[in-house]
Write a protein that binds this ligand. Sequence first.
Ligand SMILES: *[C@@H]1O[C@H](CO)[C@@H](O)[C@H](O)[C@H]1NC(C)=O
Ligand SMILES: *[C@@H]1O[C@H](CO)[C@@H](O)[C@H](O)[C@H]1NC(C)=O
Ligand SMILES: [Cu+2]
Length: 227
Amino acid sequence: MAPIRSLVAATLLFLSAANAHFELNQPPSLEGDKMNEDLEATGPCGGGVADLSKNTATDFHVDGDAVGVLLGHPQAKFLIRATLDTKAAGNWTQLYPIFLQSGRGNFCEPAVTAPKEWVGKKGIIGIACAAPDGMLFQCAAVNFVSGSNTSPQSCTNGSSVSASFDTDPSLTALVGDASTPGSSTAPSPSESTSGNAAASLLAGGSGMPVGSMAVTAAMLLLGAALF
Ligand SMILES: *[C@@H]1O[C@H](CO)[C@@H](O)[C@H](O)[C@H]1NC(C)=O
Ligand SMILES: *[C@@H]1O[C@H](CO)[C@@H](O)[C@H](O)[C@H]1NC(C)=O
Ligand SMILES: [Cu+2]
């Protein structure tokens, strides 16, 4: 019995990891263990609802604290941003340079910093991920506190994971003071999603020949359907 059960468990784990876009592990995400992947493409927080009057917040040290993700794609670029807006409606500050993660698995940056003036305030840390299947979002509610967290728990890099600093216009567009609550000048998630997916597929690249072929096939089918 036990071996079969663990085999099933391992298979389920593998399947869920293979299907996963990305998960925010540190700080704990608004959705906790119950992430709804279907909503992950919805900005600013995926299926999480930012509301600082209700969200459970964990301490985040402004002189350096950990941000950890689990990536289910072979490659993706990440933006780490934060806002003091109570509903995460805008006014995002970038906390860390945009980086490219290569390799599926855990990535943790142990020394992400935030503005010192934020000590004593509550805020939302938002992660935006430019993945092969579009832009994805997760958030965490935090209390900004002074000092640094030098030995963060469960902050590890997967053995086949590497990272390098990078640039990405669709991620950079998600930073700034411009968008005030209620306005919608920022590009909508769906727009940046399709734009980015198309761009990364057109760029060809090492990663996804099968994906490009699937997209090409889908376009051919769509074309046929239109005639
Ligand atoms: C944006 O955030 C800053 C703090 O980083 C704050 O001083 C400013 O008032 C905020 N602006 C808006 C429009 O909320
Ligand atoms: C993970 O890798 C990044 C980039 O190489 C590095 O900055 C970071 O310190 C590593 N994290 C841990 C927990 O070692
Ligand atoms: Cu995905």
